[in-house]
Design a protein around this ligand. Structure first.
Ligand code: NDP
Length: 263
């Protein structure tokens, strides 16, 4: 029996156990997927090995810590410097980032997008900024504080704190902050959000499974919108494909995982 888990703080909201267990059951794979609440991200590697895991997903706020604790990082995660998927390979911890490709699949439905404003500067914002650049969409990053902007400045992205930001038109407004996840906050002050939405073509919140205050405002604005469910599905399919070392076709995994969303 192979064991997988998701690490995060908070982690109780995560749908990943349901999604991955449903795939394992549908494909008759002897494996199970649990949740691990971890407040100290520096213990991630030790806990992974202590639990004898074969793979894991990493959620808020440990993606950068996970990157630092891998034996090897592969693909776009090297550029992002944050990892959301860990796979054990010959006793070594291999890190990947499936958020980037998962997000790009999820925003196809918005049509032609030239630029985007990313709210937040955590691990998810890193993944999305790199993914957008690969997709020839120009990202700008807006965060409430200065601390996490260094990565984006080094990557050559336009970055602002709330205090030094002036509104311009952005095609897509993306909430990657955890505002609204377990509180009732907006990711930016309300007047600023109103101005941004007036000029946008669409909006997305990467949080899923609940209507955040941000998504509530977006709905009122009448813009096309999405929550994080499509991204969750797409990143989960790619992670599961890695967990199973590519032995099962992506389409088969996606069809099983999609069914878990109707449970
Ligand atoms: P991090 O902890 O790495 O980053 C959080 C960011 O949110 C920081 O920039 C932080 O700002 C900002 N922030 C936190 N609280 C507030 C607030 N009240 N107001 C404004 N800004 C705030 O988180 P991640 O990037 O790992 O994850 C972010 C969110 O994305 C989570 O809700 C997670 O569940 C979701 N997610 C969804 C996915 C999906 O598949 N749908 C995939 C990945 C993530 P500061 O720097 O000032 O602290």
């Amino acid at each position: 029996m192979k064991i997988f888990s998701i690490f995060g703080d908070p982690v109780s909201h995560s749908r990943s156990p349901l999604m991955h267990n449903y795939v394992f059951k549908s494909l008759n794979i002897k494996a199970c997927y649990s949740r691990t609440h971890l407040s100290d991200g520096s213990r991630l590697r030790d806990v992974f090995f202590a639990k004898a895991l074969s793979g894991a997903n990493i959620t808020v706020p440990h993606k950068e810590a996970a990157y630092a604790q891998c034996d090897e990082v592969r693909g776009v995660a090297k550029e992002i410097k944050a990892v959301n998927t860990l796979v054990l390979e010959k006793g070594k911890l291999i890190g990947y980032n499936t958020d980037a490709d998962g997000f790009m699949s999820a925003i196809q439905s918005f049509g032609e997008i030239h630029n985007a404003l990313i709210l937040g500067a955590g691990g998810t914002a890193r993944a999305l900024s790199i993914a957008l650049r690969h997709g020839e969409i120009t990202p700008t990053i807006l965060n409430r504080s200065r601390g996490r902007l260094d990565y984006f400045l080094c990557e050559g992205f336009e970055c602002f704190e709330w205090d030094d930001f002036t509104v311009k038109p952005y095609d897509l407004i993306i909430n990657t902050t955890s505002a609204g996840l377990s509180d009732n906050e907006l990711p930016v002050p309300r007047p600023l959000l109103m101005e941004l939405l007036e000029q946008a073509k669409g909006a997305i919140d990467v949080i899923y499974g609940k209507e955040t205050p941000y998504l509530r405002e977006v709905k009122i604005s009448g813009l096309p919108y999405k929550d994080g469910s499509d991204m969750l599905l797409e990143q989960g399919v790619l992670a599961n494909h890695l967990f199973l070392h590519g032995k099962y076709p992506i389409d088969q995994i996606k069809s099983a995982m999609t069914r878990s969303f109707s449970l």
